[in-house]
Design a protein around this ligand. Sequence first.
Ligand code: SF4
Length: 712
Amino acid sequence: MKAAHKVLATWSYEPGLPVRGYNDRMLYVDLTTLRIEERPLEPVMKEKFVGGRGFGLWRLWQDIRPTTKWNDPENAIVISPGPLGGNTQYPGSGKSLVVSLSPLTGVPIDSNVGGYFGPLLKFSGFDALEVQGKAAQEVVVFIDGPAGTVTIEEAPAEDPNSHVAAEQFTHEYAADEADRRNVSVIAAGRGADHALIGCLNFSWYDVRRRSARLKQAGRGGIGTVFRDKKLKAIISRGPVVKGDMNTPADLDRVAAAGIKLHKELHDYDDKQCRMRRQGTAHLVEVMDAYDLLPVHNFQYGKHADVAGIASPVWDERFTQGIPDGCWYGCSMACSKGADGHVLMTGPYKGDVVTVDGPEYETAAGVGANCGIFQADWLLEANFYCDTYGLDTISFGTATAFAMECWQRGVLNAERTGGLDLSWGNGPSQLELLHQMARGEGFGVTVGQGVHKMRLLFAERGWGDARLLRDIGMEVKGLEYSQYVSKESLAQQGGYAMTNKGPQHDEAWLIFMDMVNNHIPTFADKAEALYYFPMFRTWFGLNGLCKLPWNDVEPGDNAKTAEPAKVPEHVQNYCDVFAGITGRELTKDGLIRMSETVYNFQRVFNLRMGYGTREHDRGPYRAMGPVTVEEYESRAERYDKQLKEKAGVDPAGKGTAEKVKLLRAYREKQYESLLDAVYKRRGWTANGVPTIEHLTELGLDFPWFLDVVRPHL
Ligand code: SF4
């Protein structure tokens, strides 16, 4: 197939390795004009934006206008690993951050993804890759680090679906079998051609399985942008990876932090989260036990059939004894794969494949939230979401919404083109996926996401607009990830206030708030909603995975003053940052670093027409029971809250009235939370960062402050 490639543009450069974590240059590709060039890093990028998500946001701001839409040629995809990315001493250091203007939200989306691409790009000489424009025909971009060349090639023959594309391009562009581990492929798939929930797959070559494995930059539809640019793949081939390729300022300091963490993983993983056997899927029964597992579109938090998709199933289905790290040196090795799955449906029916996952979010969203508790259907849907380039979180939440619409008579067979969307119907769920990939049928409607679906159903008179808003689990246009937040006010904020939309990678406060009651007051919750989003933003600036931070804890962590922060690990990050970049960093300095980028992103939302208080409110389903059945499923709990917290005696009142009373109480609580958090973050009551706060953070660019002023 490679013989059918036609080289459209070639560019040569001087290869080189980063020094102290940076190459001080980035790669720029314009697919419209076929221009390829290197650009120096602007000093402000390193100084204030650090790398990763920071670089992506900075570059995207320069690339687009306030009126730019996701499918305009100037929309960019920026990929950057960050200064710590690619080190092999500290577990979880191989992430890439992808930033683009989202088709779902109209604001910037950032997505954190494993696989080898980011580090190989960096060791090929670039701190970031920025792609703008649109190709006239299907192309691949190939970055050959050892050769010092970048090409844009017409690639008409290869299958764009990710499991085929990753394998095919790895073989085509590696010099030989041994070289395959130095090649990483980014691809999407046919689903991303027709749905707005498209994701990107980043590959790494698994030498033990002798096949390409996949990790997803899932959220916000970046795969849809990728395919709209007529990209079939971006391929990075790097040099052979060795331990010190960031040329760190103090390798011993980095290695010391890494050795400490490797030992903790060795000693505690089996007793704590069992990531090395079960990956994040170990969370399924934990969430069920705490009434936090989304069931039937977040109506309920547990299900009698949960054992069908709980961790013992995955312990058995995942191939054990193979280190499944998505980058060298990650001894947490949670990227589990289910080998030997025989496909039951679709264009690859009968093929025997490795399914990458399921991770917790997929098991909860595609499984429990849709009432599907059969492991085989879950594996099948997981595989096809990935290969078609579709985000399992958005797909799960969007399908669950459609299924609830079916339950409530908003949808019927006539409206779905004959598909029965009853809870638990695995074959129908699969058919939705295949329709998305073929660009036909009701699958295309579901692929537009919850926001567009609920507006469409209301406009057609199929259902009540207010009910559809209450049960449509999206904010800012992005679907919720898979935790029931009804009993955690802090998590309601953690979801709805997130700049890109409701993704748990900013703040996961449910245990602190609901289970352990460690943040009882508004001030406590506001402090948590200041600290954790800022802290977790830092992973995205530096090419790091969040999981080794708190999915294993030091043995004495519980005795520390603030165990939720895992203070020893935060100190490790300060040491690793200083050890690689040579810039000393305190724990407070780390938070400040993130706060700068976080506020920049908030103002970016403002620039695009969002970013104020009205955009930080979620659907009521995320806050409390919408329906009588939901209330009655936990009547004792809600009656108690009405009496003890809201000061209303529930005795003698009908359920519908109690639903209303509880709603009034909870919505008021949420508004008070917004007030407290905005104040703590240095924002106005409308959620706008003040000029003083932005100036203090060093974001005093006149063109930037001009965006803010009209909102003050
Ligand atoms: S913890 Fe898991 S996802 Fe994170 S870097 Fe390691 S293998 Fe990859």
